[in-house]
Design a protein around this ligand. Structure first.
Ligand code: CTP
Ligand code: MG
Length: 582
């Protein structure tokens, strides 16, 4: 017997990415159980990367005939897919069927003459389409339909939440409205691919790989684009070439450490993006950070980009052992994919997000709730991060009875030989094939889970316990940071080391207040008049609804709420029987 939550189909992009069989673009969701085997993370990423390499970005005149535009471009080869969007002008993303079409288009494209200014003649895949005779082409043109790249305004979201049927419906609506769309996902991979073209001027075999929320299935429209310059392929050579008596190595410059190498590489790529990169603005080189990075805005796509490079390689000793082992069993000496720890976390979150539709709904809701109350911020500081919140939700779902999500150690036991992955001595092994993981038998509603999430963390012994998704158990805190969340792979690290006691206290107070609101009967269900915020709307948008934020409202103190909650639960009409309630 399969639990009811497995019957929900995956919405939007995640659905498209998870399905093994290609479906026509824009095909409607069926709402029925998806029985097709699910794709692995690396399959999805490789497909998206290849797709982006056949894709171009075109700045268009504001009025354009879609039909003529497509006819003009089809001279270079068949087009698989296209869409338009607005961002300080009209842009088109066009995916050709073949890569050659891009070269063909580039061959007929000229570098503009800019009058008094001079152009840097960089031939990218970001074009500008001009009308030869603007006056007679633009008149009477209907405007093209644009795909939306930003999240809905708070007011619209608030109204949608108030119109929902129940709290579960609210959480699913929120997820649907905030998640990355198919078009936004394409645009993210295209942006990486365009940056890769710039980096390839120095490192022809490099790859720019997105990681973090752009690919882990928890990305919200407008989230930053984390990218990673992968130079690893450059050192790659086949077993065939390595055979014989000799071994050829490149003469290279040596620097004292991997970190200095990263700084030097990022410094020149940063310069390149700043000076030659079309559409790259506000380039900042943040090279002295723990993890050196280049931050910039990609103006045409509107993404805030953080570019890092690989400073984490498979340790040399391990690599040597691995190579030896491969030689003994007669395999190609180099593993086709080497994963870095952040990329592994992205993959792990992707797997957790794909296992049960309640996971993403709850993560989106908690992230959105935290943002609404300024628990998170786009500026780095002493606040909790989205990544930490996601791990907290995963941990909470591992603690349910029966568990909704398996522990990381369990995912490791399902791994086979080819899933094995050790990075710098850290065991990053877990099963990659989603189809091997059995669905949970837990049928709790999202309403109950949200309520219990707030209660669980409202009462969590943060002073002595650490959150650990590897074992799915509370552990004694190994150090005194206010909030301790073990890094799933680098187990000696705390991913929330930055969080201050006061920020943690704010989180606890808000969690208790939110549990309290959800427990109040009149706030938990649609109001009869239809215009009172209820359920998630009451939690999420108090500033819209009341003009004051939840934390600032005059309410019983945190401790009193905790006691009130306890008295409700132990009272005759206790709400612990809400299991399965709609
Ligand atoms: N990461 C990590 N340890 C941290 C912070 C980040 O391993 N202490 C990794 C995670 O894989 C994370 C990625 O770096 O997903 C990107 O970090 P960040 O941009 O902060 O988080 P996102 O998950 O991308 O979320 P957001 O939507 O806030 O950008
Ligand atoms: Mg990010």
């Amino acid at each position: 017997q399969r639990p009811v939550h497995r019957l929900l189909s995956y919405p939007g992009t995640v659905a498209a990415d998870l399905r093994r069989e290609e479906q026509p673009a824009g095909s409607a969701e069926t709402g029925s159980e998806d029985r097709t085997p699910k794709k692995r993370f690396c399959e999805v990423q490789n497909e998206r990367r290849e797709q982006a390499q056949r894709t171009v970005l075109i700045h268009c005149p504001s009025k354009i005939s879609e039909k003529r535009f497509l006819k003009y471009l089809s001279q270079h080869g068949p087009i698989n897919n296209h869409f338009f969007y607005e961002s300080f002008g009209l842009y088109a993303v066009v995916e050709f069927h073949q890569k050659e079409s891009v070269a063909s288009l580039q061959s007929v494209t000229r570098t503009p003459s800019l009058g008094a200014e001079a152009a840097i003649p960089f031939r990218s895949r970001y074009f500008s389409l001009k009308l030869k005779n603007p006056s007679n082409q633009t008149s009477g043109q209907p405007s093209v339909q644009c795909s939306n790249q930003s999240s809905p305004a708070s007011r619209k979201l608030f109204d949608l939440l108030c119109c929902a049927e129940n709290v579960d419906d609210q959480l699913n609506t929120l997820t649907k409205e905030l998640q990355l769309t198919e078009e936004n996902t394409r645009l993210r991979h295209l942006t990486c691919s365009l940056i890769e073209d710039v980096a390839a001027a120095y490192f022809p075999d490099c790859a720019i790989r997105p990681f973090g929320s752009s690919v882990n299935s928890f990305g919200k429209l407008g989230c930053d684009l984390d990218m990673f310059l992968d130079l690893d392929d450059i050192g790659k050579f086949s077993a065939h070439k390595a055979s014989g008596n000799f071994l050829m190595e490149f003469q290279v410059k040596n620097v004292p450490s991997e970190r200095i190498a990263s700084q030097k590489i990022l410094s020149v790529i940063g310069e390149c993006l700043d000076h030659f990169g079309p559409g790259c603005v506000g380039v900042q080189k943040i090279l002295n950070a723990r993890c050196p990075l280049v931050r910039f805005s990609h103006q045409a796509s509107g993404f805030q980009c953080d570019l890092t490079t690989n400073n984490r390689k498979i340790g040399d000793r391990l690599e040597a052992q691995f190579r030896l082992l491969c030689r003994v069993v007669g395999l190609d000496a180099y593993s086709p994919d080497r994963f870095w720890i952040a990329l592994r976390s992205s993959e792990l979150l992707y797997i957790y997000g794909a296992l049960d539709s309640r996971v993403r709904a709850l993560v989106f809701t908690v992230r959105c709730w935290a943002r609404a109350h300024s628990l998170t911020s786009s500026i780095p500081g002493a606040w909790i991060t989205n990544f930490s919140l996601t791990i907290m939700v995963i941990f909470f779902l591992q603690r349910r009875s029966p568990p909704i999500l398996p522990t990381l150690d369990y995912l490791k036991t399902l791994a086979d030989a080819e899933d094995k992955c050790i990075i710098e001595g850290h065991n990053c092994t877990f099963v990659r094939d989603l189809n091997k993981i059995k669905p949970s038998g837990n049928t709790e509603t999202l309403e109950l889970l949200l309520k219990e999430f707030f209660e669980y963390f409202g009462n969590f012994a943060f002073n002595k316990n650490s959150i650990n998704i590897r074992q799915g158990k509370e552990q004694n805190k190994p150090e005194s940071s206010p909030l301790h969340i073990q890094n799933p792979f680098e187990t000696s690290l705390n991913i929330s080391k930055n969080v201050s006691q006061s920020q943690l206290q704010k989180f606890i107070d808000l969690a208790r207040e939110s549990a309290w609101i959800l427990h109040q009967e009149d706030k938990g269900h649609p109001s009869p008049s239809g215009n009172q915020p209820w359920g998630l709307a009451a939690l999420l948008l108090p500033s819209v609804a009341n003009g004051v934020s939840l934390a600032k409202k005059k309410k019983p103190a945190s401790e009193r709420i905790k006691n009130l909650l306890e008295s409700i639960k132990s009272g005759p009409e206790n709400s612990t029987n809400t299991n399965g309630k709609r």
